[in-house]
Design a binder for this molecule. Structure first.
Ligand code: B12
Length: 478
């Protein structure tokens, strides 16, 4: 039996490590998830738990936090095996050079953590296991990836029990579920772009669970936690209509809870929206990304037309499903005129939740690759900020104004009368007032969309300040 501790730094359930914990426990190992946020005292709790291995789950930008946590673990208990997994080490295996990490893990990892646990138990060498990245002297060794898990139903359910220890996650009125893995699209701003290549000979990339497997899980969680609604975290839940439509019917019969989902405007038609509505869908989000069709489809490779966006919005209005849009500003080559097109298209379709970030060239994306080619050099992940809500390292001569517009985006869309004023504001230097405006709008959307109560909202905001910080990254010098 091997004892694992997984650490996350977000005040919400993390499906990735819940899956890992569920798998380890089903194989007779021990595992616990800890939340390391302000005031949660995770370090002491982890050390008291006495794990043999500690794993942090990191996206790029948050790896600074992960490294710091593992550094403290190593300082107190050098014999503990320290591991980093998640998107950051998957796309930046060079993170293994950090002294505090023994191993980095790339990609899907249920079978990898089981291999590690078994190797630890048997006293065998972890270095040779698939998906492992390790340092041999000064050389980085990246082992081959395991095949993707073909049969998703074979994966034990995510282990949600850990979150019962935290008042805020225990009382969450909703829980997230995932119906499949992999996305068939290769948008230039998303890491599925690279994952397609990494896994090209490792099995089917887009996979679905069976209806029964998902519904059994939701039913179990509903009975245990008395949740009020369900969230689907899938990249493209509605991609396969043959899978989707019967699923929605069964969901309505067996679960009957209101739910939220992400959709794609090019996959929407009346049959799908009617199906979603009848099954209990109360809110959907889809990517507009840019109001300029050329940027959306040639730079971002989204494959969604303006007409599809307008049609999707009008269908949601017709069926009274509230909807949000994902948008990005600061795109390569984007001008202020292009950016205002994004505001205008949103103002025209009137989303309930106009969501906007600044583009980050995350490793694993085409945008990152292209930017490296243009600059003729490697862009270090350490330059990228901890959040896509603050500032971007993308080379764009208008970036200051675009970052400012991102802060005012919600108001510019929801209150078009303010647009002339906002045009003036964004020319001024960025300042704390703009950040405050953004945080207030962000909080308002969370409150309405996720139905958090005020206390939960406050705690979330207080402990997640990292998501809003401009972070230590330096702006790229030309
Ligand atoms: C839902 C989601 C969120 C949710 C919840 C995130 C969470 N931590 O649970 C919210 C909305 C809060 C969120 C926020 C952010 N997100 Co997000 N998110 C996603 C999304 C859509 C699905 C994640 C998911 O649940 N996948 C399903 C599970 C089963 O897979 P998984 O998480 O990859 O986990 C597997 C492996 O990675 C691995 N693994 C994961 N952790 C660990 C740890 C160890 C020790 C090991 C060994 C293995 C391991 O094993 C797991 C099981 O196989 C992904 C896109 C995607 N398709 O993955 C983006 C994604 C992860 N997010 C991304 C980003 C950028 C962010 C933010 C930084 C954005 C911001 N605010 O600025 C924040 C970071 C928040 C944080 N502290 O983690 C990027 C990361 C890119 C990168 N190169 O790092 C992604 C990949 C989207 C993209 N742009 O391509 N996100």
């Amino acid at each position: 039996m091997t004892r694992f501790a997984f650490i996350q730094n977000l005040w919400t359930e993390n499906l990735g490590i819940m899956y890992l914990s569920g798998t380890l426990k089903s194989q007779g190992h021990e595992s616990r998830i800890f939340i390391d946020v302000k005031g949660a005292d995770a370090m002491r709790q982890v050390l008291e738990y006495q794990p043999q291995a500690v794993g942090v789950s990191c996206t790029t930008g948050l790896h600074h936090w992960g490294l710091q946590f593992l550094r403290k673990i190593k300082a107190s208990r050098p014999e503990i095996i320290t591991i980093m997994g998640g998107p950051h080490p998957t796309f930046c295996p060079e993170v293994i050079r950090a002294e505090s990490i023994d191993f980095a893990v790339q990609g899907e990892a249920e079978n990898v953590v089981t291999d590690i646990a078994e190797a630890v138990e048997a006293g065998e060498d972890i270095r040779y296991l698939e998906n492992i990245v390790h340092l041999d002297g000064d050389e980085i060794t990246i082992n081959p990836l395991r095949n993707l898990i073909e049969e998703l139903d074979s994966i034990p359910y995510p282990d949600r029990s850990h979150y019962d220890r935290y008042a805020i996650t225990k009382r969450e009125g909703s829980k997230n579920f995932i119906c499949g893995r992999g996305c068939p699209y290769r948008c230039s701003f998303c890491c599925n772009y690279r994952l397609h290549d990494m896994y090209h000979d490792k099995g089917r990339y887009v996979r679905y669970r069976s209806h029964e497997n998902i519904l059994d899980e939701i039913e179990e969680v509903k009975d245990r936690y008395g949740i009020k609604f369900v969230g689907f975290s899938d990249d493209t839940l509605i991609f396969n209509k043959k899978w989707l439509l019967p699923f929605l019917e069964k969901y309505k019969e067996r679960i009957g809870l209101p739910f939220l989902s992400t959709v794609r405007a090019n996959l929407i038609n009346e049959e799908v929206v009617r199906g979603l509505k009848e099954a209990g869908c109360i809110s959907c989000v889809f990517g507009v990304e840019s109001g300029d069709e050329r940027i959306r489809n040639e730079v971002l490779i989204k494959g969604v037309s303006d007409d599809e966006i307008r049609r999707t919005a009008s269908l949601f209005k017709k069926y009274k499903i509230r909807f949000g849009t994902y948008n990005m500003l600061g795109l390569p080559g984007e001008t202020i005129v292009d950016a205002w097109k994004t505001v205008k298209l949103n103002a025209e379709i009137r989303p309930d939740f106009p969501w906007c970030s600044v583009i980050q060239p995350y490793p694993g994306t085409k945008i990152h690759e292209d930017m490296q080619k243009t600059l003729g050099k490697h862009i270090d992940a350490d330059e990228i900020g901890a959040s896509y809500f603050t500032a971007s390292v993308v080379d764009n001569p208008h970036i200051k104004q675009l970052e400012n517009l991102q802060k005012w985006f919600h108001l510019a869309v929801r209150v078009p009368l303010l647009q002339p004023l906002i045009r003036l504001f964004i020319k001024l230097p960025s300042n704390p007032l703009y950040t405050l405006v953004f945080q207030a709008c962000y909080g308002w959307q969370l409150l309405r969309r996720s139905r958090l109560n005020l206390l939960q909202m406050f705690k979330y905001w207080w402990t997640q300040q990292g998501m809003f910080k401009r972070s230590g990254r330096k702006r790229r010098k030309k």
